[in-house]
Design a protein around this ligand. Structure first.
Ligand code: PGA
Length: 250
């Protein structure tokens, strides 16, 4: 059985006050969902605060990115080792905003994934096609290429200590969610593709859906066989809305 995981990606949002209110608002929903793992990914500057606020709660957390290097002359970056020291369990790797706005290639992402695992964190590998690729019917091919780069670099066995998040770029922050059927088809394709490498890993790996998930559509998505949770952007910034997504995963 794969445990559902509901993860919030706060992106570049938050103040000390809003972080405190949000975490406090998630303590009970997380505690009352014992079969669901609840996690948040704040901007790195809030990690210390989030670590303190989540102590003794069921809320886990992670970073939104990590550098390839452990230390050195890499201005503005965060080391996987530091992120681990600050209590992160997870690190997002290859979010579409990193791929597009920061020109991260599949190869860079495969290196980040390796660095994150070496640092003792679980990478949440984000993959997904653009609208153009979706309309051209290239979704399966795109996610295969994105996965293959990580498998080539790290081996399929590395996915035993990782999470996959399928996030169609056209659904991120647009209010357009993939229907449960569209998402399920891609998730099943991902699992099937991985099966060609290792059936046991394919059966066990959590595959989250991301892209305009909210309370109102979460349950339909989570009802699908190969959807094991969600990576949530906008709706994770409001405790009540995020709590209703957690509720949908129970
Ligand atoms: P969204 O973002 O829920 O705001 O669409 C999802 C994501 O980017 O992870």
């Amino acid at each position: 059985m794969r445990q559902p995981l509901v993860m919030g990606n706060w992106k570049l949002n938050g103040t000390k006050a809003s972080v405190e209110a949000l975490i406090k608002g998630l303590v009970d929903p997380a505690a009352n969902a014992s079969n669901v793992t609840v996690a948040v990914c704040p901007p790195a500057v809030f990690l210390d605060q989030v670590e303190r606020l989540t102590q003794g709660t069921a809320i886990k957390f992670g970073s939104q990115d990590a550098d390839i290097h452990e230390n050195g002359a890499f201005t503005g970056e965060n080391s996987p080792v530091t992120l681990k020291e600050f209590g992160c369990t997870y690190a997002l790797v290859g979010h579409s905003e990193r791929r597009t706005l920061h020109a991260e290639s599949d190869q860079v992402i495969a290196e980040k994934y390796a660095a994150v695992q070496k640092g003792g964190l679980l990478p949440v590998l984000c993959i997904g096609e653009t609208l153009e690729q979706f309309e051209a019917g290239q979704t399966n091919q795109v996610v295969e290429t994105q996965l293959k780069a990580v498998i080539d670099r790290n081996g399929v066995e590395s996915l035993a200590d990782a999470v996959i998040a399928y996030e169609p770029v056209w659904a991120i922050g647009t209010g357009k969610t993939a229907t449960p059927e569209i998402a399920q088809n891609v998730h099943a394709h991902i699992r099937n593709y991985l099966k060609g490498f290792n059936a046991e890993i394919a059966a066990k790996v959590q595959i989250l859906y991301g892209g305009s998930v909210k309370g109102a559509n979460a349950k339909g998505l989570f009802g699908m066989e190969d959807i094991d949770g969600a990576l949530v952007g906008g709706a994770s910034l409001q405790a009540d809305e995020f709590a209703s997504i957690i509720e949908g995963a129970k």
